[in-house]
Design a protein around this ligand. Structure first.
Ligand code: MG
Length: 483
């Protein structure tokens, strides 16, 4: 392990919710929840104001609504998040060639490799400047952790939240980790945490004291070995650029187009199993599940969903692939199907049991703030992030969506129902706006492109915040697709 705190972990604060608050002045300082709004929807990000009520990412949205009934519930606007993410990642790449994105709003940077920092002082200065640059370029706050290893840098940024910087001095790691709950370590989810607690182990210090043999006995060889090393603050994992490029995927082309929806579903399950066998064979686990569908007319769609942590569990991959398939219209026939896993990890650092349980029947706990838990992104294919198969006759107005009215200008959908749609007319640079209600089919109202957060007076040239035409075009148009 290096002896200077030159690994930086950047994490935007409540990213999706912060973007929505910056875009929608009336929501600033208010509880905002971004996520799937359908019956199976899950919270992607909650604003700090919503977290006060106990709402956190990966919680079923229905449960969030019970806890915070007055919060604003919005669908994710991935095109906006992605374009902001691209700006942030570009700022990171100014510091070093070694930038390893973990999701749209989170990345490791090896400052030493880029010559940006070599000791404590230069690292702190670089981190402070970076936060200021991100603020200027995006209008949003980010937290920075600095340490001599990835694990500690991530723990540091968690402690720094929101809008802060924490540097862990080399040599103090074990003393710092010792009293922390085991859940602080990457790879310790609720189920592993429970398992350890039943064995009388609740802190990192107790993990270290238990010894490697005992941990291997409790958790199996790979997990036990990895966890023991982490308990001793040993983490030699390098920052790896272009991580997302690594993926494992399998696909099949069919001689005759498949029309039967049931059969399509079964093929997807079979491909998911094959993909996991290959993934495991390579000793990997991955965080983003990708489904590829080529239809009878050769149009090709990809949908992706990002999990809270890497998995190599066939049940988890099968279920994610099935959810993604739900959002794809296959009438007319399918000529190719593929399932892939990207965002590969060196070792399985998640909690398989918890994740499977979460997928099957969403669990209520999993406190945010555990180092293993990053903000779950709802892939564009997931739940209500995607409209139901289109019905051209009736227009869909989804909460949070950008609209433009011929007379009132730019606004966003606050709610809709019973043939009516309520719009709040405001922009990122306007004061909080007024609400007006229209008939759902009012011809003077139409969907609009999102507006940029930082006006052209900002440091960064601000091309319109909307980029991709749709989510379908780009491979893995999901939350972690690389900027
Ligand atoms: Mg974040």
């Amino acid at each position: 392990m290096r002896n200077a705190p030159t690994i930086l972990h950047l994490d935007m604060d409540a990213f999706f919710a912060s973007v929505e608050q910056a875009s929608k002045p009336s929501l600033r300082g208010k509880a905002v929840v971004v996520g799937g709004l359908g019956p199976r929807g899950v919270v992607a990000t909650a604003s700090y104001e919503a977290r006060v009520f106990g709402v956190h990412s990966a919680m079923p949205t229905a449960q969030a609504r019970r806890l915070a009934p007055h919060a604003a519930y919005l669908v994710p606007r991935f095109s906006v998040y992605r374009s902001i993410s691209e700006r942030v990642m570009a700022l990171l790449r100014d510091l070093s060639p070694l930038v390893e994105p973990l999701s749209l709003d989170e990345a490791f940077v090896d400052l030493e490799a880029g010559g940006a920092a070599w000791d404590e002082e230069s690292a702190r200065l670089t981190g402070t400047r970076l936060r200021a640059r991100i603020r200027a370029a995006t209008g949003l706050t980010a937290s920075v952790g600095l340490a001599a290893s990835k694990m500690l840098a991530k723990i540091a940024s968690e402690q720094a939240k929101p809008d802060g910087l924490v540097l862990i001095e080399p040599g103090t790691e074990r003393a710092l980790l010792g009293p922390m709950p085991v859940r602080t370590l990457p790879g310790v989810g609720p189920a592993t945490g429970d398992h350890l607690r039943r064995a009388g182990i609740t802190t990192v210090e107790e993990l270290a004291e238990a010894g490697e043999d005992e941990l291997v006995r409790l958790l199996g060889k790979a997990h036990g070995h990895a966890l023991y090393a982490m308990a001793l603050a040993h983490d030699e994992r390098p920052v790896v650029a272009e991580r997302e490029a690594k993926s494992v995927s399998v696909e099949d082309t069919y001689d005759v187009d498949i029309h039967d929806r049931l059969r399509v579903g079964l093929e997807v399950q079979r491909l998911a199993d094959r993909c996991v066998r290959r993934l495991r064979g390579a000793g990997h686990s991955g965080r983003t599940i990708v489904l590829k569908v080529r239809r009878y007319d050769f149009s090709t769609l990809t949908r992706s969903e990002t999990l809270r942590g890497p998995t190599d569990d066939p049940a988890v991959v099968r279920e994610a692939a099935a959810r993604l398939l739900d959002s794809v219209d296959t009438t007319g026939g399918v000529r190719l199907l593929g399932v892939g896993v990207t965002g590969l990890a060196d070792y399985t650092q998640e909690d398989l049991f918890a994740q499977a349980a979460q997928t099957a029947a969403p669990v209520a706990e999993a406190p945010e703030g555990a180092a293993a838990g990053t903000e779950a992104e709802v892939g564009p294919g997931a739940d209500a992030a995607q409209p139901e198969p289109e019905q051209p006759t009736e227009r869909q107005w989804r909460p949070g969506q950008d609209v433009r009215h011929t007379e009132w200008g730019h606004g966003w959908v606050q709610g809709s129902g019973l043939g009516r749609v309520t719009v709040r007319f405001e922009t990122p640079s306007s004061p909080p706006g007024r609400v007006r209600t229209f008939s759902g089919d009012d011809p003077s109202l139409e969907p609009a492109e999102p507006l940029p957060l930082v006006s052209s007076g900002g440091q960064v040239s601000s091309e319109p915040a909307s980029l991709p035409k749709s989510w379908s075009g780009k491979a893995g148009g999901g939350a972690t697709s690389r900027p």
